[in-house]
Design a protein around this ligand. Structure first.
Ligand SMILES: Nc1ncnc2c1ncn2[C@@H]1O[C@H](COP(=O)(O)OP(=O)(O)OP(=O)(O)O)[C@@H](O)[C@H]1O
Ligand SMILES: [Mg+2]
Length: 455
């Protein structure tokens, strides 16, 4: 999410000659006034007639709910096109990413390798996987999608995949044989009990007459190292036998090794596809989908502001675009300008803050937290690549000219022990840290964006 922050920091002038850009960056790390007001404000009493109401009936009927039907319809259209809670599953809702889709298709079709799609949380991996699956099905591939869970087992997942491949595509089977008539699938050839990569590769090497793509989404959630080792072995076996089955693995990671582990023997059989942050054109494309459906108009300045605040994350583009649209509709406007985008950021911050436990909210509201804000923001930035984890040196790299890694480490330890803001674990010679509540990291990153607007 904060890839752009990183780029800004790295792109800033060397410490010796603090440029105005670097100064602006440092200033943006201060706690924004909006948050002070949020934490200090006692909510004003609300009259019943002012209480909010639904803008459409559960049937999506917009008549008779108190709001003008055109406005209510625009709200529904905005929600449908820019709602940020689900991945995109169809091509008509999918924007940009032409290069990623092209590379993925080429890796599968031309290079015949397995692919690992990786990137930060919310960058669009699952959406890419779904749209790629659609595209491959058009070319008559059998595409099977599986989402991994923490307690996923290798044999269970691959048995489920095998259960969806008809025996018609098995080397030993003729179209008229009994297996086909009985509509049996590949799982009928697997042992009843547990099995490993060898049995799976033996079975999948017998696929003929079609090609199969197995998508293993959310792979980072698999906690069992044996699972990863088995998948690596399966990739090796399938490649050695030139099987007509290919894997597409996706997950949160900053590099390939983090996701699949270091398995040199499969290096030449896989291609890593990093998902990069969206550029301004792609951000505009997503917002335009929403504006066209809802009959609204994002000004160029609003698009620019949302792009800056979202730091290339499609999730944040949709979230902020949606909220900015609602802010405009609340004022009965069809033009969405930067003021609406700013309101959207403030609303999102308010909502994220509300999801945090009270003790964390009051911790962040304290004066000490204000003094620590630059460090807290730098830590959030440092954690964006590896699902929140960072070491003291990563934070130091985000604070050129700031405290030494040793003093940062001691502050981080205090935050982990005294305040429970961070969790920590020892990995080899290093201690790594992470915000205990991911919402804190998101709030800090967004607060830095907001403060940057005020600079
Ligand atoms: N190409 C795209 N066009 C439009 N919206 C997109 C695109 N890619 C992602 N999004 C939106 O961004 C959000 C996050 O997308 P998605 O769930 O695919 O990301 P992810 O990388 O799989 O996230 P996670 O790391 O949590 O699994 C969703 O709201 C989705 O609708
Ligand atoms: Mg996903």
């Amino acid at each position: 999410m904060a890839t752009l922050f990183k780029r800004w920091t790295r792109g800033a002038a060397p410490e010796a000659e603090l440029s105005s850009a670097a100064f602006a960056d440092a200033a943006a790390r201060q706690r924004p006034a909006f948050l002070d007001a949020l934490w200090l404000d006692d909510a004003a009493p609300v009259r019943e007639s002012d209480l909010p109401r639904f803008s459409a009936m559960a049937s999506d009927d917009v008549e008779g709910v108190g709001e003008e039907p055109t406005l209510a319809r625009a709200r529904l259209a905005l929600r449908d096109t820019l709602g940020a809670s689900q991945p995109v599953t169809t091509r008509d809702r999918f924007s940009g990413r032409h290069d990623a889709l092209t590379q993925l298709i080429a890796a599968i079709e031309q290079q015949r390798v397995h692919v690992v799609v990786y990137g930060e949380r919310g960058i669009g991996k699952t959406s890419l996987a779904h749209v790629f699956a659609d595209t491959a099905r058009e070319a008559r591939y059998i595409v099977l999608y599986g989402s991994c869970g923490t307690d996923g087992r290798f044999d269970e997942i691959f048995r489920a995949f095998a259960a969806k491949i008809p025996m018609l595509y098995h080397r030993s089977v003729l179209p008229t044989t009994v297996e086909v008539e009985q509509a049996l699938n590949f799982d009928s050839l697997l042992p009843a009990g547990p099995f490993g990569p060898r049995e799976v590769s033996d079975l999948f090497s017998d696929v003929v007459g079609t090609r199969v793509i197995l998508i293993l989404d959310e792979y980072d959630r698999i906690a069992d190292p044996h699972f990863r080792r088995d998948v690596a072995e399966l990739i090796k076996n399938l490649s050695d036998r030139a099987a007509r089955v290919q894997l597409v693995v996706t997950g949160v990671a900053s590099n390939l090794d983090e996701l699949i582990g270091f398995a040199p023997s499969i290096r030449r059989n896989i291609i890593g596809l990093p998902m990069r942050p969206l550029n301004l054109g792609e951000v505009a494309e997503i917002l335009h989908l929403g504006q066209d459906a809802a009959g609204l108009y994002f000004t160029d300045a609003a698009v620019q502001m949302i792009s800056t605040m979202a730091n290339g994350s499609p999730y944040l583009v949709r979230l902020l675009g949606h909220r900015a649209g609602i802010a405009a509709l609340d004022q009965r406007r069809t033009q969405i300008d930067p003021a609406h985008a700013k309101l959207a950021v403030e609303r999102v911050l308010t909502e994220w803050n509300a999801t945090l436990p009270r003790r964390i909210q009051s911790l962040l509201a304290r004066e000490e937290a204000r003094a620590q804000w630059p460090l807290l923001v730098a830590a959030a930035e440092a954690g964006t690549y590896s699902d929140g984890w960072f070491v003291a040196a990563d934070v130091a790299a985000e604070m050129p000219g700031g405290p030494s890694p040793a003093s940062i480490e001691s502050e981080l330890r205090k935050l982990a022990t005294a305040h429970e803001l961070l969790e920590s674990e020892v990995v080899g010679p290093e201690t790594r840290f992470r915000y205990r509540f991911p919402g804190v990291a998101s709030l800090l990153l967004m607060s830095a964006s907001l403060a940057r607007l005020d600079v």
